[in-house]
Design a binder for this molecule. Structure first.
Ligand SMILES: [Zn+2]
Length: 302
């Protein structure tokens, strides 16, 4: 059996804060990007069984079988009877045996379930819910999202970027993808640098922008039909490398905006004002949070 360690991400938030929807979205996006995704859900209900009372599998378990396996043409269900709640380490071990790239965990509490050191996505539906969950959540926190929107951002200093699922959900995909393939963006930059005759800050910014766009426009096969850069040529060059079949135009008017359009959607990336993005090097451009590099990222469906 394979022992690939999946990246585990725990989703924490009060009930109704958008945990399941966010996980569902991420599972779909990451699967389309070619990652193998697993999900583990902690169910707090005493006496709960995933089995159906009265069915054969239930009868075997009820008679005392410790493990009951139900196998159908498209499913393999292993029901393992436990006397006490499965310890987190046992659940983690089960996930490690499934040849997964990433495992999303729902319903585990940082206090008792051993997820303290696991990266977390905090979901909240409003500022109060967010404050409540943050008080109970130990770092590392990857992102804050769920039903909360950026309009409710007046919450003070946040320990992680707030991602508005309605408008910029693909930034969450981008964030997790970078944890899974940390060198992917550097490889993209190296490829662009060959054409460009070397690296520069502009090229690195362009790669960041094209990378974000690739989380929107690549999975469903809908390649962009048009890319317009109100920027330096270096940024356009990055897009030409990532999207070799899409016409990339540099506009006379420099508005520091990149517009990526397909038949279905339009993505606008507005570069943050100069005073906000004084970078000392390319490594820094590749690392800073999206909000530092881009003042706004807006996806609209057509
Ligand atoms: Zn350049």
């Amino acid at each position: 059996m394979s022992k690939k360690k999946p990246l585990m991400i725990a989703f924490v938030g009060t009930s109704g804060s958008g945990k399941t929807g966010t996980m569902e979205y991420l599972t779909k996006q990451l699967t389309e990007l070619g990652f193998k995704v697993g999900v583990a859900k902690h169910i707090h209900e005493e006496g709960f069984t995933i089995d159906t009372v009265g069915k054969d599998t239930w009868r075997h378990a009820h008679a005392g079988a410790r493990v009951v396996i139900g196998a159908s043409p498209n499913e393999l269900a292993v029901i393992k009877k436990t006397s006490s709640e499965s310890k987190f380490e046992e659940i983690a071990e089960t996930l490690r045996n499934q040849d997964l790239d990433v495992a999303l965990l729902e319903g585990f509490s940082a206090a008792g379930d051993g997820i303290a050191n696991i990266p977390k996505v905090v979901t909240a539906s409003d500022a109060n819910g967010l404050k409540y969950t943050l008080r109970r959540t130990a770092p590392p926190i990857l992102a804050i999202t769920g039903l909360i929107t950026r309009a409710q951002e007046k919450i003070g200093n946040l320990p992680a970027p707030l991602i508005d699922m309605k408008r910029e959900s693909f930034l969450l995909t981008s964030l997790v993808r970078r944890c899974l393939r940390p060198d992917e963006m550097k490889e993209m930059l190296a490829k662009a640098a060959k054409k460009h005759g070397g690296t520069c800050i502009g090229l690195a910014v362009g790669i960041r922008a094209a990378y974000i766009a690739s989380n929107v426009f690549q999975q469903d096969g809908s390649m962009p039909t048009k890319i317009t850069c109100g920027t330096k040529h270096c940024i356009a060059e990055a897009f030409r490398t990532i999207y070799p079949r899409t016409p990339v135009r540099v506009e006379e008017v420099r508005n520091d905006r990149v517009l990526i359009e397909s038949r279905e959607a339009k993505l606008a990336l507005q570069l943050a004002p100069k005073e906000k993005n004084k970078f000392s090097g390319i490594g820094q451009v590749l690392r800073v949070p999206d909000k530092v590099l881009f003042d706004s990222v807006n996806l609209t469906s057509r």
